[in-house]
Design a protein around this ligand. Structure first.
Ligand SMILES: Nc1ncnc2c1ncn2[C@@H]1O[C@H](COP(=O)(O)OP(=O)(O)OP(=O)(O)O)[C@@H](O)[C@H]1O
Ligand SMILES: Nc1ncnc2c1ncn2[C@@H]1O[C@H](COP(=O)(O)OP(=O)(O)OP(=O)(O)O)[C@@H](O)[C@H]1O
Length: 569
């Protein structure tokens, strides 16, 4: 259905091709996963299928890409629209209409489908993706995950034969991601739809794939195979594979179920050194052995125990890094937050979790003064963010927004970094060094617009980290980042926390939360419904438990690095 014949793409002004020697076929009715480190050309390959590369991006495509027999170099994206549906990494830039319902209908209207067919499919898709309540909402007022669901819905309604999806679950909460992937699998199995999908969070997707195409490094020839074949050699792999490699399991497990079948012996080895209840991730000094483990509390009770399990504030400092009291925020007619209480102390890392639209970004926006409380109060280092002068506020708090583009203004990476150094009063080269530390290979002269998703996020993170604000806010800080870059980000954030910076991150990445957060706060419908040490909150939740926790339950391990450390000590 999709065929790449010896394809290379060189962007204008680039010295090297972004991808080369791409030669593979995606058969009809299969789900093929495209994986590889950040910036190795996954979006470029996807763009070549939908025709966006090179028609919209510029650059030179050599070789041949055909979709359902049509050459994408001689057919413009418009002429492929009846066959290919595309969801890009930035849905907002692709929306054409203003409201959810109109957007779902737009693709069908362009293809001239009958009104009754359009009506039926819009209703079906609203149900399928849980969008019914949002049907009349202006798209611009939706949360990031709600927008991503609309973007996916809008390409499903015309029933294309081929779906090309670039990180389609990156903004989705874990349950929504599973729902969307189940829908895609049904289309593949029942309708013979062909899906080519790039994704970094392999723990979510790898077991859905029929085949995997790995781009191991920039310009390298792709490696093709079944998921187990490719995972055995891939530089990017999910925690369950990491655990399997560590324990020497063969065949390597791809699912929790497979891993649990092999995990008996590992559980025995770990039994004597099982982490204590509520043990903090990496860097914690709490004792390893717990001679009297606390009896397991049934999940619902533990969930409600939030007020008693909270970390005690650091009373040695005059102000907490952030203090939120009885906060309510209304956005248009939506009550985005209500009765929110939150105190963050210096040196603490808090993960905000919760389903799409729960209010996480709104809470971060309130902490940085972008939205005003309707009721209640917000203090950051003693200041009231929405009333503070910008110059004063940047000394106290920095936000990496969900869309890193919103933070980047300059024409080149070098200029962006120079401005960040100047604004922060940091030594020349500080920001640039952080970019390279997070993600090697980002060119100085590249326009931020032309960076890959992960590269752009690395730049935005570096810009904010350069200022080293006492309170650091990160909204979904791992979109587009490969596992190695994520691990480097974790080290940087841990070092900042150890120096007393407070960090609040809104994330759906349960693996990241398990790795770094001292505390998890779960929001639902604008309210805090759980607040406690990471292990207590995530172990209790089937949605937020990381893979290692699920594999090694009832022991309370969170990450592969914890297990590795325990085995080597
Ligand atoms: N329009 C463009 N103009 C110039 N260079 C580009 C353009 N788009 C991408 N690139 C470069 O091509 C390389 C591959 O980018 P691409 O977005 O395909 O990577 P990716 O594997 O999808 O990355 P990520 O995992 O971060 O999304 C990167 O070095 C990027 O800077
Ligand atoms: N500008 C706005 N106008 C009206 N409603 C808004 C606006 N921005 C967000 N909302 C609504 O407020 C609620 C909370 O949105 P928010 O972006 O804080 O959620 P979130 O937890 O960050 O979601 P996600 O995980 O999808 O990013 C949602 O119902 C959203 O639709």
């Amino acid at each position: 259905m999709i065929r790449f014949e010896n394809v290379s793409v060189t962007y204008d002004g680039a010295y090297e091709p972004a991808v080369q020697d791409i030669d593979f076929t995606v058969p009809e009715g299969e789900l093929t996963l495209l994986v590889g480190p950040s910036g190795t050309g996954k979006s470029t390959v996807l763009g070549a299928v939908s025709g966006l590369v090179p028609h919209f991006t510029g650059g030179t495509l050599r070789g041949r890409v055909t979709v359902a027999g049509r050459d994408t170099r001689t057919h413009k994206p418009r002429e492929l629209a009846d066959v290919v549906g595309t969801v890009g990494q930035d849905p907002l830039s692709h929306f054409v209409t203003d409201t959810v319902e109109d957007e779902l209908a737009y693709g069908m209207e362009s293809l001239g489908l009958a009104p009754d067919v359009m009506r039926r499919r819009v209703e079906e898709t609203l149900d399928l993706l849980g969008l019914n309540e949002l049907r009349d909402r202006p798209i611009a007022t939706l949360s990031g995950g709600q927008q991503q669901r609309v973007a996916i819905g809008s390409v499903l309604t015309p029933h294309p034969k081929v779906l090309v999806l670039d990180e389609p679950t990156s903004a989705l909460d874990p349950a929504a991601a599973e729902e969307v992937l189940a829908v895609l699998q049904r289309l593949v199995h029942d309708l013979g739809t062909t899906v080519l999908m790039a994704e970094h969070r392999l723990e979510r997707v790898v077991h859905y794939a029929d085949r995997v195409v790995l781009l191991p490094s920039s310009g390298a020839r792709p490696v093709l195979g079944t998921p187990p074949e490719v995972m055995a050699v891939s530089p990017v792999y999910p925690p369950v594979v990491d655990l399997g490699r560590l324990a020497g399991w063969s065949p390597l497990p791809l699912t929790i179920r497979d891993a649990r079948r092999s995990a008996g012996e590992l559980r025995e080895r770990l039994a004597d050194i099982a982490p204590v209840n509520g043990r903090l991730p990496h860097g914690d000094t709490s004792p390893r052995k717990d001679p009297n483990p606390r009896p397991e509390v049934p999940a619902p009770r533990r969930f409600l125990r939030r007020r008693t399990t909270r970390t005690a504030p650091d009373t040695s400092t005059p102000h907490p890094a952030a203090a939120v009291t009885a906060l309510a925020v209304h956005r248009d007619r939506v009550e985005a937050l209500r009765h929110v209480e939150l105190t963050v102390t210096p040196g603490e890392t808090v993960a905000l979790m919760g389903r799409n639209g729960a209010g996480k970004s709104t809470l971060l926006a309130a902490l940085v003064g972008l939205v005003e409380p309707t009721r209640g109060s917000v203090r950051v280092g003693g200041a009231v963010p929405h009333r503070a002068a910008p110059r004063d506020l940047v000394q106290r708090v920095g936000l990496v927004p969900q869309e890193p583009r919103d933070l980047l203004y300059a024409d080149t990476v070098a200029a962006e970094c120079a401005a960040a150094d100047r604004d922060a009063g940091a030594a020349e080269g500080s920001c640039r060094a952080l970019v390279s530390e997070l993600l090697p290979g980002v060119g100085d002269d590249t326009h931020p617009r032309d960076l890959s998703e992960g590269q752009r996020l690395a730049l935005a993170l570096a810009v904010v980290l350069t200022a080293r604000p006492p309170l650091l806010l990160l909204d979904e800080p791992t979109r587009g980042l490969d596992y190695a870059a994520k691990a480097r980000l974790v080290s940087i954030l841990r070092a900042l926390a150890a120096e007393g910076h407070a960090i609040v991150l809104a994330t759906h990445d349960v693996e990241l939360a398990a790795e770094i957060a001292h505390r998890v706060v779960v929001l639902a419908d604008g309210e805090v419904v759980a607040d406690g040490p990471t292990a207590d909150v995530v172990v209790a939740s089937p949605s937020f438990a990381p893979q290692v926790t699920k594999v090694l339950a009832p022991q309370r391990w969170l990450t592969v690095s914890q297990v590795r450390e325990a085995l080597s000590s």
